[in-house]
Design a protein. Structure first.
Lengths: 364, 348
């Protein structure tokens, strides 16, 4: 298929290829370059392993939050850690997120490395004042004398039929705040390595865990050999267009790429990983090659991170782009109830339509 | 009610005559610098200032009780008197009002005085976290470093204050919540701000001890704060001290108190001037005479002149500092912005 081929039969193809949730969930993220899958772990297990190793290696590391102790967290990410490391290192707080973050700031001022958990994405809202005005600014305010090595774990994004404000995507809110860094893993291997990396940095990192992927297993190479935690990564090479995604949308985009390949469309999938700082050079390298891009995210469209991605691509690839950058995203509505979740979160249909639009685009 | 719920200021060691004189000297220095700072603003030396006129006893008395070898202060933006008492360099402190740097130019770790905090009640939770860190450090009870967090009657309305008090009490964190109830949150009086009229009264709900103290009596404030510090230092958990005082000046150099209170009300509600009160005590007890008061004022004037010259000599911070302290490990994007700023603004 040439780059100019239109997708006249794409819609018909899509009717036959729309996968069920179960099928989507079974797709594991490909791990390019991994020599040997040392272990097969779920993302939950990989995160748990990473936390245990961080606590073991850094006596100043602390895990705190709601139900993270005896219960092991509502998603069991901290399972067994209190038993292993004691109640001083892994402790339950009262149910107040501003308190959790404000206390973490004070602990960091006293030389600790807090790893707080906010139980669900929407529970970060009560802590926004501390996150924006304190976590993000104390290093600046103190002229670098009070670093904030806080790794805030936030089970994020939708897809689990949860109650209100348990399915939100806050990356663009966090990414807009000076002083914060934001990252989201897409696979167990990424979760393991990125959490270990984030939790040993001297700056605050918002660690957005795709909760719908907690229970998917994948190969985890616990040796750090050859692993780079920096920047984005190409998880599938292709030449016709680049799908840019993060978190749970990476697996979905890989599935879309497989379906598109049946129609001769060669899709590259870029896992952005870092939502702040965004790997502009990695984005540019991919899109310079494919000359078309579709960015996919769960958050609402307007002022979503897709706008930033589109701007970065346009700044760097304007001369070679064959079509405007497409955004396939959630809508400018509150995250809906479970019954409507699949209508809101970008699904395979909508991503394929986005692909069709960039491939069929003609300059007027 | 257990013993740990009682604070007994009278159990604190009596202050020596030299201590009493030092408290007076400090209050005079703070009063003179505070009044001068308003003039600095009118003269155009600094763009703004938040005076603490009338709160000298609350600030000097509480600061004087601290053990700065192990305690840590979490101020708001109106704690100049505390900063002066615990030895923060006052040029570096006043630089925040010169608009040099939001948090002040002093080193908050070295001075054990957290950066100046403009967010109302923003640092109250930080004190709890820092204090819990002392517990985790394995320091034995009796020797714990204590976090003292300053805030006002207005800030006490913030939810973070409740969260901080509850967290501290649940975790038995060595924190002293020091409230300066100065009667006003800008224009809104305490009776429209604090249900029940007292922040200290909330302590019962958290099962922690509290003292409400005459905030215009520097010795009473010192004794109450020392009792609260001793309680926290011994591993008994947090305590509240509420110093009842009066903000005799405006909220800031941009404020106009005439819109919400009259001079007659100020005179009636202001209570006794903390400095006049201490002066009377020193005279009545035969500790000091007119020579001492004159010397204290001269010293304060000389100090203010030194600070004023230091503040006047503060140049603007280099523009690169906008970028330098955002991260410990700056991002490529931020470095690119810094480069672009330099190229377009400094033509380098």
């Amino acid at each position: 298929m040439s780059e100019h081929t239109t997708l006249s039969d794409l819609e018909a193809a899509m009717d036959n290829t729309f996968a069920t949730d179960a099928q989507q969930a079974s797709v594991d993220v490909v791990e390019p370059g991994m020599v040997a899958a040392v272990e097969t772990l779920s993302m939950q297990q990989a995160l748990n392993r990473a936390l245990a190793e961080v606590l073991d290696e850094n006596p100043k590391a602390l895990v705190l939050g709601e139900d993270v102790g005896l219960l092991g967290g509502v998603f069991r990410i901290t399972d067994g850690l209190q038993k292993q490391f004691g109640e001083d290192r892994v402790f339950d707080t009262p149910l107040a997120e501003s308190g959790i973050l404000g206390m973490s700031v004070g602990l960091a001022m006293a030389g600790y490395h807090p790893i707080p958990e906010v139980q669900f994405d929407g529970f970060a809202y009560p802590a926004i004042n501390q996150i924006v005005c304190q976590v993000g600014r104390m290093n600046y305010r103190s002229r670098g004398t009070m670093p904030m090595p806080i790794t805030l774990r936030v089970p994020s994004f939708g897809g689990i039929r949860a109650p209100e404000h348990h399915g939100e995507s806050l990356e663009s809110l966090f990414a807009h705040v000076p002083g914060l860094k934001v990252v989201s893993p897409s696979s167990p291997n990424e979760a393991y390595h990125l959490l270990k990396h984030a939790a040993t940095r001297p700056d605050p990192v918002i660690f957005m865990e795709p909760k719908s992927r907690y229970w998917q297993k994948g190969p985890v190479d616990t040796s750090a050999d050859g692993y780079s935690p920096e920047g984005s990564r190409v998880v599938r090479e292709g030449k016709h267009l680049t799908l840019v995604a993060w978190g749970a949308m990476v697996a979905r985009c890989l599935q879309v790429a497989e379906l598109a390949a049946e129609d001769g469309i060669d899709v590259e999938v870029l896992d952005l990983r870092w939502l702040k700082p965004i790997d502009a050079e990695g984005l540019a390298a991919s899109v310079a090659k494919t000359r078309r891009a579709v960015v996919v995210h769960e958050a609402p469209l307007t002022s979503g991170l897709g706008a930033e991605v589109a701007a970065l691509i346009t700044e760097r690839c304007f001369g070679t782009l064959r079509a405007p950058v497409e955004r396939v995203t959630g809508f400018d509505v509150p995250y809906p109830s479970g019954d409507l979740e699949d209508e809101y979160v970008p699904n395979i249909d909508r991503i394929l339509f986005g692909i069709q639009r960039v491939l069929e685009y003609r300059r007027g | 009610m257990s013993d740990t719920l009682a604070l007994d200021p009278s159990a604190q060691s009596d202050l020596s005559a030299e201590d009493l004189k030092e408290l007076y000297r400090l209050m005079v220095a703070v009063r003179h610098l505070d009044e001068s700072a308003i003039r600095w603003q009118r003269q155009g030396l600094i763009p703004g200032y938040a005076p603490e006129l009338g709160q000298e006893a609350a600030q000097v008395g509480s600061g004087y009780a601290l053990d700065m070898a192990r305690d840590f202060v979490f101020p708001t933006y109106r704690e100049m008197g505390v900063a002066r008492t615990v030895g923060v360099d006052m040029v570096e402190y006043m630089s925040t009002h010169k608009a040099s740097w939001h948090g002040g130019l002093y080193d908050p770790q070295a001075t054990r005085f957290a950066p100046i905090q403009a967010v109302v009640a923003g640092s109250v939770l930080h004190a709890v976290g820092w204090a819990h860190g002392q517990t985790l450090s394995g320091t034995p009870a009796g020797e714990l470093g204590v976090a003292i967090t300053y805030f006002g009657d207005g800030a006490s309305s913030q939810g973070d204050v409740h969260e901080a008090m509850n967290f501290a009490a649940v975790m038995k964190a060595p924190v002293v919540f020091f409230i300066q109830n100065n009667g006003f949150a800008i224009s809104v009086p305490t009776e429209r701000q604090v249900a029940g009229g007292s922040v200290a009264a909330r302590a019962a709900g958290y099962a922690m001890p509290s003292l409400q103290v005459d905030g215009n009596d520097v010795v009473a404030v010192r004794q109450a704060t020392a009792a609260a510090l001793a309680h926290a230092r011994s591993g008994n958990g947090p305590a509240i001290v509420e110093a009842m005082t009066y903000r005799r000046g405006p909220h800031s150099t941009s404020d106009d108190p005439g819109r919400y209170r009259t001079l007659a009300e100020e005179r009636a509600d202001g209570g006794e001037d903390p400095l006049a009160r201490m002066r009377s005590r020193l005279l009545v007890e035969g500790i000091a005479g007119e020579d001492f008061f004159a010397e204290a004022l001269e010293a304060a004037q000389a100090e203010e002149e030194r600070i004023r010259n230091g503040v006047a000599a503060l140049g603007s911070r280099p523009g690169t500092e906008m970028f330098d302290f955002v991260y410990q490990e700056p991002t490529h994007a931020l470095k690119a912005q810094a480069r672009a700023w330099r190229e377009e603004s400094e033509h380098v």
